[in-house]
Write a protein that binds this ligand. Sequence first.
Ligand code: SAM
Length: 454
Amino acid sequence: MRNKLLDKIRCPDCRSNFNLENPQFCSSSKLYGLLVCSCATYPIVAGIPIIKNQSGTEFQKIQKIITYIQNRDYQKALNLALIQLPNYPDLNRKVLNLLSDRLGLKRIKKKIHNFNLLKWKKKAHSFFNNIDENTKATDLFNFYFLKSGTKRTNPNDYFTYRFGQPRHLSALSLSRSILESSKPVLDLGCGFGHITRGLTKRHNVIGLDNNFYLLFVAKYWIAPDAEYVCCEADADLPFVNDAFCSTICVNSFHFFDKKDHCIKEIKRLIDDKGSIILAALHHSKTKTKTSNSALSVREYTRFFEDMSHTIISDDKLLERYKDKRGPALGRPYDINDIEKETLISIIATHDEDIMVDHGVFDTWPHSVGRLEVNPLYVDEGMDSTGYKQYRRQFPSKFYEEENHLCKSYLPRQAVINPDILNKASYESESQEIADIEHLIASCVLLDMPERYHK
Ligand SMILES: C[S@@+](CC[C@H](N)C(=O)[O-])C[C@H]1O[C@@H](n2cnc3c(N)ncnc32)[C@H](O)[C@@H]1O
């Protein structure tokens, strides 16, 4: 953790600055230590401060992490921060859970779950202890979604194939409206850091999420140039006033419980030229399983009555993105039209200058960095001319339906000169870029982290 982050954070309760105690860098310069103020102590694990208001089991967990750090037992502190225990009855076989509880089986089922939990904990610790430079981000997604209790294939696919997804491109498009600044951007509910990575190409970024496991993957695999803080997004936020130039929150805000408090806080955190972007937002008429806590479009707009703002559908953002054009923010919106859209984005700002129709991107936002083949493509081998053949393959029917708009830009087949795949990066405007422009434009080639997938 650099001092830059220490300068920005403060205790959310007593609002005083923290002192850094017991700092120690271990394996690959990961900082462990304690943030101490007059009212509390919070741990820093692998460079990520965990600043959570501690109650119940969370309190015990954080106290234990603090003790491990004081005893210099850093691997144990990390393992405890990473572990997310599967809920009862996640570890029982499906057939067992189908049996009625009334027969007095609940206790037996719980016992079996607890027995399996011990076995699972051992496996989890062994997995964490063996994380090394050969571990890929997708290994960590798989462990989290497929091996920790109930299998969650859809979120696993969502994150594995996130780069190049329609929602990802719409959010990248909006992120281009954030003006360069000496202050960082706050990425609220940043998850595994896919959007954070795009943001770091132009800005200093602090990613925030309440899930340490996700932040750990973001920091060491997906977007290592950002700093991270683990805390609740809808509680008092642990940052000084005006700390950020802008806040972006992608596909997350609708999940937060205390939305009005969150908005109050992020307004406190942005400066007098700042913007707030809520991207890929579900609203109460969005028909998905995860939209239960979403508000109506009108309720969202009420948050921004004191700021210049607009609402735009993610589909419209994508339409322009495919033409390499930025978001059209200079137009009025009609709430009745917006309510018909599945995903919407709200942009609120103190700087009227950004509320214009943004023109052609100088570079495709998804291509800045090191280019790789989109993981949705399966390698079908060489053709007779020595070029590689690829075929688009969706991981599931659900994924294909949810992301059907990607079919308008991802071709079914792609042919790629293997020489271009071995290069880590390309100079923009070089001849090489011109030769592969069509592969970039169609998102067959994307910027992806080095240790992403096999
Ligand atoms: C669907 S993911 C989106 C992640 C990322 N923004 C992206 O677009 O890839 C939603 C994220 O919101 C986070 N989240 C949900 N409720 C939260 C809360 N109260 N405080 C902080 N993060 C929260 C989750 O942990 C998760 O990482």
